[in-house]
Design a protein around this ligand. Structure first.
Ligand code: A2P
Length: 340
């Protein structure tokens, strides 16, 4: 029986994504019957605000998850792995922000505006894509309506909030010290100082020289678009901003893809917005897209270095469409489809 009002638990409610999750859920009037906010024992007893309610945070446990129809999880991969079997065994559905299950064959990896149909075959766990994958897959999905994709290369410029609240604090304390002319505190979250720097490393390196983040972008894009083996190469960098991931993308198509047709396809893509008036220096940036639920594309141009190529720039609020908003949209879509 499909439900239209749900008992919901949020694992990781005190984190960077959890905070935005509560704001987005309130804005969208998500139909909660009840709402439990969960984190580690460290946060138990803290209160968080949802609309006009103060809700006491509880430690995540089997007991706390009992009766949950839907659990949003944005904590650690270990927490996702620990709680997923417990949640699904008790009949709940878990929407997971982490990477633990994204590539598992029986777990849909979903952007509702791109592959919402994949929700039809969920078995209790649904993953949301990595925050850099989501806007890219949305733009590529729109563009492939014009011509089949042949090859994708991308470089990212990722904000510290993608690493979590502790990383944002590390950037702030380093910037504060720099501004006061004091010695800059040593890095603890990142391998190097992030203030006044750019790190060509997001996550750990694999044997092929790519980082886990770069591999995630490649594998997740292929899974979401249902294009096994799509030629794809990413370089992911961490930059000293707080909110909003930017990406420089080059796409080659199998045949000519006129820019006007690409623009038209992007305009028709739900959840995506073109911001592209270079003559007036109008393009998406972290500062003019923060707090927005859409993915933004600009700097659209022909890539003259190859046949049938285009280049573009895209920016997304990584905590909204890159995480919390996409998770809530998945839940809304599950309700709409009667899949919960
Ligand atoms: P806590 O605040 O109690 O440490 P961020 O991504 O900003 O670092 O936040 C991570 C979130 O995940 C926090 O809410 C954190 O809780 C929560 N968390 C981390 N590990 C676990 C775990 N093992 N079980 C439940 N929640 C966890």
């Amino acid at each position: 029986m499909a439900k239209s009002s749900l008992n919901v638990a949020v694992i990781g409610a005190t984190g960077a994504v959890g905070d935005v999750f509560l704001r987005v859920a309130a804005e969208r009037n998500f139909p909660f019957s009840s709402l439990k906010l969960l984190a580690t024992a460290r946060s138990a007893g803290k209160t968080l605000r949802y609309k006009d309610q103060e809700i006491v945070v509880e430690e995540t446990s089997v007991e706390a998850l009992k009766g949950a129809d839907l659990v949003f999880c944005s904590a650690t991969s270990a927490a996702s792995r620990e709680y997923a079997p417990i949640i699904t065994k008790m009949g709940g559905v878990m929407i997971d922000d982490g990477s633990a299950f994204r590539m598992q064959a029986n777990v849909p990896l979903v952007i509702p505006e791109v592959n919402g149909d994949d929700l039809e075959w969920h078995e209790g766990i649904i993953s949301i894509p990595n925050c850099t994958t989501t806007p890219l897959a949305m733009a590529l999905h729109a563009m492939r309506q014009v011509a089949p994709l042949r090859r994708v290369t991308v470089a990212t410029y990722q904000a510290t909030s993608g690493t979590g609240a502790a990383a944002v604090e590390e950037l702030k304390s380093q910037l504060g010290a720099f501004g006061r002319g004091e010695p800059i505190p040593a890095a603890s979250v990142y391998p190097h100082q992030i203030a006044m720097n750019v790190l060509p490393q997001v996550d750990v390196f694999g044997e092929d020289g790519y980082t886990a983040e770069e591999a995630k972008m490649r594998n997740e894009t292929r899974k979401i678009l249902h294009i096994d083996g799509l030629p794809f190469s990413a370089t992911c960098a961490r930059v000293p901003t707080v909110l909003g991931h930017a990406e420089a993308v080059h796409v080659e198509f199998e045949k000519d893809a006129p820019l006007d047709d690409i623009r038209e396809a992007l305009r028709n893509q739900p959840g995506l917005e073109i911001m592209d008036d270079p003559a007036n220096s109008v393009y998406p940036m972290p500062l003019n897209t923060a707090g927005d639920d859409r993915a933004f594309v600009g700097r659209l141009r022909k890539d003259e270095s190859t046949d049938h190529g285009i280049a573009f720039w895209c920016v997304t609020d990584n905590l909204r469409k890159g995480a919390a908003t996409n998770a809530i949209q998945i839940a809304e879509e599950l309700i709409r489809r009667g899949k919960i």
